[in-house]
Ligand binder design. Structure first.
Ligand code: PHE
Length: 392
């Protein structure tokens, strides 16, 4: 009897939170613009949609800090075509509907010349179709699911894609770790997780390995004991967990508590300091793939790590590195286009070639994906250490 009004209250609260989450955060000290996307004067607005709060807040926050650092450095060096870059950020809270609304607003209200975002593939798949329809170029810094750039010719990314990432980790599991039987534990609400589970399975079985058992969860779950128990009974020698850091860390703790001692293996979605604070030592001896290893960095990457750390008092993760590169790619394309007009910018983005960036040298292929190498990291003593690098 009391349920309905209470539910109504929660829904109302949810909407209030969502509306306030949409508050924008402007580049500090940026001069006013409002001249419209593609305008020839005033600030050039890059609209960033990102999970600044919620379960994946590290994704949005690290990306946003780095994007702002890139814009600041470009502006200090004179800007682009004599104009300043201005980053306007809207929070998606990790939610699909908020992601779509954010992109609409970044185009209609903030008059963005280009869109940076999202990190999560499922959210890029919500926001991307809007950018495509409105013909405003979108650059995802870190969405790795192949479907993202398949949305259309206005959607780009600056990271590798999951068929490659999954294959690298399957090879690593089969050939380097010599595992024969691996369990899979994936997030069925997450396009990234589903795609990466499939990519791993395909490559691992092609190398003669077997999938011992397949289990699943949904983002936001907190109890993983049933899945871990099923995996323990399967004699798996490792677990492929292509998820995001909050759930992965809980899964690792559950495995430790239930006495399952096999290594966990995962992808870039593990990349957050919270992985280690939540998991404690439960992930020691586990491995994950990433976009960037600070301890193996090029001079350009080392400068980025030093500048980011000086500005924010903490080291960036791979997300930051890709967020920085996302802004570099957009700025480089505007320069080459000689214009911030979206159609010209799109063509210049598609022609991106041998751009020296933090995560590597970027050349866009015909599908608007760059060829990038995958870094494999080993977790030891609550830290991720460079293990190996695999070229495409
Ligand atoms: N690649 C993930 C996705 O597509 C996002 C991600 C990238 C998460 C890099 C962490 C680090 O959903």
């Amino acid at each position: 009897m009391h349920r309905r009004p209470l539910l109504g209250l929660f829904v109302a609260l949810g909407l209030a939170v969502s509306a306030s989450a949409c508050k924008k955060k402007d580049e500090a000290g940026g001069s006013s613009s409002g001249s419209g996307s593609g305008a020839a004067s005033g600030d050039i607005v890059i609209g960033h949609y990102a999970s600044m709060t919620g379960n994946t807040a590290h994704f949005g926050q690290d990306t946003d800090k780095a994007a702002r650092l890139a814009a600041e450095q470009i502006n200090e060096a004179g800007g682009v075509l004599g104009r300043k870059l201005k980053i306007v950020t809207l929070d998606t809270r990790g939610d699909g509907a908020d992601a779509a609304n954010a992109v609409t607003r970044l185009i209609d209200v903030e008059k963005s010349t280009a869109i940076l975002g999202e990190v999560a593939s499922s959210l890029s798949l919500q926001g991307g179709p809007i950018a495509q329809r409105r013909k405003i170029p979108m650059v995802s810094p870190s969405s790795t699911n192949p479907k993202v750039t398949q949305i259309g010719d206005y959607v780009f990314r600056v990271c590798y894609i999951d068929p490659f990432q999954g294959k690298v980790m399957a090879q690593f599991a089969r050939t380097t770790l010599k595992l024969e039987k691996v369990a899979i534990l994936k997030d069925v609400k997450n396009d990234y997780s589903k795609g990466l589970a499939e990519a791993f399975q395909k490559a691992f079985t092609a190398l003669g390995g077997t999938i011992a058992v397949e289990q699943s969860y949904s983002a936001g779950d907190t109890d993983f004991s049933a899945q871990v128990t099923a995996i323990k009974g399967s004699a798996a020698q490792g677990i492929w967990v292509p998820g995001y850091y909050s759930e992965v860390a809980s899964i690792a703790r559950t495995a430790q508590r239930l006495g399952l001692k096999v290594p966990l293996l995962g992808g870039d979605g593990w990349d957050a300091p919270q992985l280690f604070t939540i998991a404690g030592d439960a992930l020691n001896g586990s491995y994950f793939s990433n976009h960037f290893a600070p301890d193996q960095a090029s001079p350009k990457a080392q400068k980025f790590v030093a500048d980011f750390t000086a500005k924010y008092g903490q080291a960036p993760t791979g997300l930051g590195a890709l967020g920085y590169d996302g802004v570099l790619v957009i700025a480089d394309a505007i320069k080459r286009a000689g214009s911030a007009e979206p159609a010209k910018l799109r063509d210049a983005l598609a022609a991106t070639k041998a751009l020296e960036a933090v995560t590597g040298t970027l050349t866009m292929d015909k599908e608007r994906n760059p060829e990038k190498s995958v870094v494999v990291l080993k977790i030891e003593g609550g830290k991720a250490k460079y293990e190996t690098l695999v070229q495409p």
